[in-house]
Design a protein around this ligand. Structure first.
Ligand SMILES: Nc1ncnc2c1ncn2[C@@H]1O[C@H](COP(=O)(O)OP(=O)(O)O)[C@@H](O)[C@H]1O
Ligand SMILES: [Mg+2]
Length: 367
């Protein structure tokens, strides 16, 4: 489903043409996006691009200025008409957990389901705590729990009322990296099981790719690209999106006959006018390195190894174009090779590029 064609009568969460300013400063700029039931959408972008503001508008924690918020065909907010946050059927999870310190774990989870009869409430609390693996801690107090346990309880509290929408703002950023991996894995499964439409904010592209069915990449209040993670990665809509997913080699070139020259050979520049200046972005893993046999002909592109480091699942190789090592930053580039590949400093390697893995953008568009 395309976020730009969201209809108000569709199930799920629909944000339509939302803009928001703090004073004269525009924080959200004409954003339209939808999240289907059972779908997890990540808002991904650098700090200050408007992610939290958008989430708070969806939650009703910020008063809507322009646009609308709808859930399952019902308008939750439009300018001058807003359903209060607690009546929206939305579960919230924030970075700082915000558990109630004066309530034990069971009390925290029961908070949003006070309207249920006692028996049903207890059963629902137990069920939700079991889902997040915290049933044994029902009588514990928030201060007795680790950060990861508190985050699990916060998720249980959000899910206990069976919300149709879950909104999460950087929910794992307070956790150390090992714990973060486990909790986000568990969280993904619990959310998928719940069937809720989930909108989650993160600034971490790897986290977004791990969690999301679709990623909305935000920049300066706007959505720059909204698509499945593999599309965003393999067909980035802009240089900004490409760069956001990790370090990239970049060259500037001029289009000639629909092609542009790179140090690794020509690549197709279809859609760009002749003589236009373009940026060519090449991910480190798109460059294939190989050793040159003693009696082999000189390869089309060679580079000299400056350094090579094993990063775990892959190796990161710093290279300099050509056989002679010149201290010129323009000739410096990086390749990522799966597994262990650690050539010696000074080794000369052949470099090949699959031209389909080069991304080309107009050079006169900033960033
Ligand atoms: N309450 C506020 N008052 C004034 N400016 C704000 C407020 N909240 C956020 N901003 C500004 O709005 C922009 C977007 O902020 P935010 O939505 O928090 O971004 P993100 O969550 O992507 O880091 C930033 O420039 C931020 O400084
Ligand atoms: Mg934020």
């Amino acid at each position: 489903m395309d976020g730009n064609t969201a209809k108000l009568d569709l199930p799920g969460l629909h944000l339509r043409d939302i803009s928001h300013a703090y004073g004269v400063r525009r924080a959200v700029d004409r954003v339209t996006l939808s999240v289907a039931p059972g779908e997890l959408v990540c808002l991904l972008g650098p700090s200050g691009c408007g992610k939290t503001t958008l989430l708070r508008l969806a939650a009703g924690l910020e008063s809507l200025q322009v646009g609308s918020v709808a859930l399952d065909g019902h308008v939750l907010a439009m300018p001058g008409r807003e359903v209060p946050p607690e009546a929206r059927g939305i579960g919230l999870v924030f970075q700082d957990y915000a558990l109630f310190p004066h309530l034990d774990v069971a009390g925290n989870v029961a908070f949003g389901i006070g309207a249920l009869p006692a028996k049903a409430r207890e059963a629902r609390v137990a069920e939700t705590l079991a889902q997040v693996g915290m049933l044994d801690y029902a009588k514990a107090w928030p201060h007795e729990l680790s950060g990861g346990q508190q985050q699990r309880v916060a998720l249980a509290r959000a899910l206990a009322p069976r919300p149709r929408v879950v909104l999460m703002d950087e929910p794992f950023s307070g956790l150390d990296s090992r714990l973060r991996e486990t909790i986000r894995d568990d969280t993904l499964h619990v959310l998928k099981e719940s069937g809720a439409a989930t909108l989650m904010v993160t600034h971490d592209p790897e986290e977004a790719m791990f969690m999301a069915d679709r990623i909305a990449v935000m920049r300066e209040g706007r959505i720059e690209q909204f698509a499945a993670p593999d599309r965003v990665y393999a067909e980035p809509a802009s240089a900004f999106v490409t760069h956001f997913f990790g370090q990239v080699n970049e060259w500037v070139g001029k289009v000639a006959d629909g092609r542009v020259a790179t140090p690794f050979g020509e690549v197709d520049a279809a859609g760009h006018a002749d003589a236009a200046n373009v940026r060519v972005l090449i991910r480190p893993e798109a460059l294939k390195l190989s050793r040159i046999a003693d009696n082999a002909a000189e390869p089309a592109c060679v580079a000299k190894v400056i350094a090579a480091r094993l990063l775990g699942r892959s190796s990161w190789v710093h290279l300099c174009l050509g056989r002679t090592q010149k201290p010129d930053a323009h000739l410096h580039f990086h390749a990522r090779v799966p597994g262990r590949f650690l050539p010696a400093e000074g080794d000369v390697l052949a470099v090949a590029l699959d031209p389909r893995e080069a991304f080309i953008f107009a050079a006169d568009v900033p960033n």
